[in-house]
Ligand binder design. Sequence first.
Ligand code: GAL
Length: 415
Amino acid sequence: MIRFTALATLSAVALTAASSAWAEPKAEVLHWWTSGGEAKSVAVLQQEFSANGGTWTDMPVAGGGGDAAMTALRARVLSGNAPAAVQLKGPAIQEWYEEGVLADISAVAEAEGWADVLPASIAGHMKCDGTWCAAPVNVHRVDWIWANADVLKANGIDMPTTWDEFNAAAEKLKAAGIIPLAHGGQAWQDATVFEAAALGILGAEGFHKAFVELDADTLTSDAMVKVFDQMRTLRGYVDDNFSGRDWNLATAMVMNGEAAFQIMGDWAKGEFLAAGKVPGQDFLCASTPGDGFLYNVDSFAMFDVGGADKEAGQQLLAKLIVGKNFQKVFNLNKGSIPARTDVALDEFDSCAHLSAQDMADSSANGSLLPSYAHGMALRGAQSGAITDVVTAHFNSDMSSEDAVKMLAQAVANSM
Ligand code: GAL
């Protein structure tokens, strides 16, 4: 009896000690993954978090490209009530770090050996003054064309490999009464199409000069005039109801054969897959004309929120996000490829294999480039200035010559 009481007391003490040291992980997570494929993907993270004892509070802010989510984030931070974890990427990570509001996740990154499994180009985006300030989820490629396989076949069209071929195919489709290009008239979608056209027409070096270095000569060059010419041509291939349409509804137009093509990052593949469509059979993927690879790495940054439970939640999330199995399952749904280099791609489809191969090749030959349209290349003020011009041109009869003048001016004013 005495022995029993002593034992009971001992285990009660042990239990109390354990529970005060172990805080239940909690995280409020702000993201913009609300389309079919996106929701399926973020659910993978949510489930893994719960399975590891975490309590997830979802804060989805609808709106492709994340503009609305970023507005919501600013409001939350200004009111002193930042969410614990935020879908945040590219130079915006460093911009928030400079505001002094990000948590340092270096302890997790070092314990998990992130430096050994992430390519240096990706790791660079996740660091702030040498510390780890974000966790990468994937690599999305932006410069893709998606097509309805039956529509192309019925009209005797192959996947275009040059912009001239694209335009010729679009004319043929238009004559046959099919919408050549499914597009949603939202500024970020205009920018997505624009940067794909720019990569093809300016080339990788020209793209870097224009959208990474903001070189004034390149911004006003004849080649840039041609990029706007191509945008004007593309404007003739979208339907009358394109204004304001969400990107996933544009993808649905390609799925159901109403439209032939969409120029969009490979989150569009996530939509096709979520609808049970098979690559190579129902839909086709090809990189947009030209050499190079525009990358868009999704990542999460943790905001300094305080509280042992929230800190435990942030650490658990960061660990899971870069975890090997998560990177596989998440990206199989999302349409992207893993950020980690040691995840086998056996279960991935042909589009993902093409992406991985092209990423390796472009990295080797210097044409691996950050997407300006998806916030990987420039700070918000500069990318916003460019997108304003792109969208103003696309939605008016502005000449290409006027557009490049406006572009150079807008970029100069944003510095
Ligand atoms: C991108 C983001 C992708 C995808 C897309 C559409 O900016 O990186 O993950 O979700 O927006 O919402």
